[in-house]
Design a protein around this ligand. Structure first.
Ligand SMILES: Cc1cc2nc3c(=O)[nH]c(=O)nc-3n(C[C@H](O)[C@H](O)[C@H](O)COP(=O)(O)OP(=O)(O)OC[C@H]3O[C@@H](n4cnc5c(N)ncnc54)[C@H](O)[C@@H]3O)c2cc1C
Length: 296
């Protein structure tokens, strides 16, 4: 049995580990476009506020460890296409540029999610940072060492976490949110109001109903945020306006939920029985009352 796993942060790393522990005879190949595996994004804010001393402690596996388990590990490899009918993947070696085709019996999609990049003017300014992987975490940490006034654009879970961490470390933090409350996927307005008050007590300035519409940079390196409610000068900005599932490779080949998540059954199988999906790229139907996934 030949299994190809695409992506190796959490879903891919765990899939490879479990397959090789339970069925060590399986021929497992992992393709990952980064050169590091298993980075815990939850450690970023802990590193920013000093609870974690080394960002490198936020890994629990590595390409070497998975090779030792018996996997063929291809880091710096980007999967460009998947042909579900012929069980083929087209892959680019990002170091040599060589593009080749590989085949599978079973495929595990563990391609995760990517920060939403709002299509606004100046988003490509070097002082506007995104946050998910190890490299982005390093950039945010370096910015926090260098800059004092930092804007957070988007007050979801990670934005709020960063606001807390940066306020704790003496930064001037301004958080911009397009709607009338923060953490709107998690709590109601009343709870949001209490959290806004708590953050304000810790020095975080929160601008509700302030959609950021652009980032203006000048030749001296200043950064200005344009919002519906006025313009604000900051030293750097972290954009945390959500995540989008990396599922494009399978669009049109398996059933995809309206936000782009790959739909899976209780066995984590997509609507193509030879393709499994797990982690941020997938969505499982889950009934909290029953406490288990509902088979499709
Ligand atoms: C700031 C922050 C804090 C968080 N805190 C928590 C927390 O406290 N608790 C919690 O449960 N979750 C937390 N999360 C969410 C958690 O990080 C994600 O749920 C988790 O990373 C999902 O893992 P994954 O393996 O599904 O996908 P990802 O982590 O998105 O990994 C997908 C991998 O696939 C690779 N890839 C994608 N496409 C290709 C391709 N075509 N070819 C090759 N490789 C590809 C990518 O390079 C990546 O390494 C946090 C996230 C952030 C950003």
């Amino acid at each position: 049995m030949k299994v190809i796993i695409v992506g190796a942060t959490h879903a891919g790393t765990i899939a490879a580990t479990e397959i090789l522990k339970i069925h060590p005879e399986t021929d497992v190949t992992i393709y990952e476009r980064n050169n590091n595996f298993s980075f815990l994004s939850c450690g970023i804010s802990l590193y920013l506020d000093g609870q974690v001393n080394r960002l490198e402690d936020m890994f629990y596996s590595s390409p070497e460890e998975l090779r030792d388990l018996g996997a063929k590990v291809e880091d710096n490899h980007d999967v460009l296409q998947i042909d579900a009918v012929n069980h083929e993947v087209q892959v680019a070696n990002m170091v040599t540029g060589k593009v080749f085709t590989d085949t599978y019996d079973k495929l595990v999609m563990a391609t995760g999610s990517t920060p939403v990049v709002p299509p606004i003017f100046g988003i490509d300014n070097a002082k506007v940072l995104l946050c998910k992987n190890y490299q982005q975490a390093q950039e945010i940490y370096q910015a926090s060492e260098k800059y004092h006034r930092i804007a957070i654009v988007g007050a979801g879970y990670s934005g709020t976490e960063f606001a807390e961490a940066l306020a704790k470390t003496g930064h001037e933090v301004q958080m911009f949110q397009s709607g009338g409350q923060i953490l709107d996927n998690y709590v109601g307005k009343q709870m949001s109001d209490s959290i806004v008050d708590m953050l304000a007590q810790h020095g975080v300035e929160i601008f509700l109903n302030h959609r950021v519409t652009g980032f203006n940079g000048d030749s001296e390196g200043n950064l200005e945020l344009e919002t519906a409610g006025g313009n604000y000068q900051v030293d750097a900005a972290i954009v945390t306006s959500g995540f989008v599932a990396n599922s494009d490779l399978l669009h049109g080949q398996v059933e995809v939920e309206k936000h782009g998540f790959l739909l899976v059954n209780g066995h984590m199988q997509t609507t193509n029985p030879d393709i499994y999906a797990a982690g941020d790229c997938s969505m499982v139907r889950f009934n909290q009352l029953v406490g288990q996934p509902i088979p499709r």
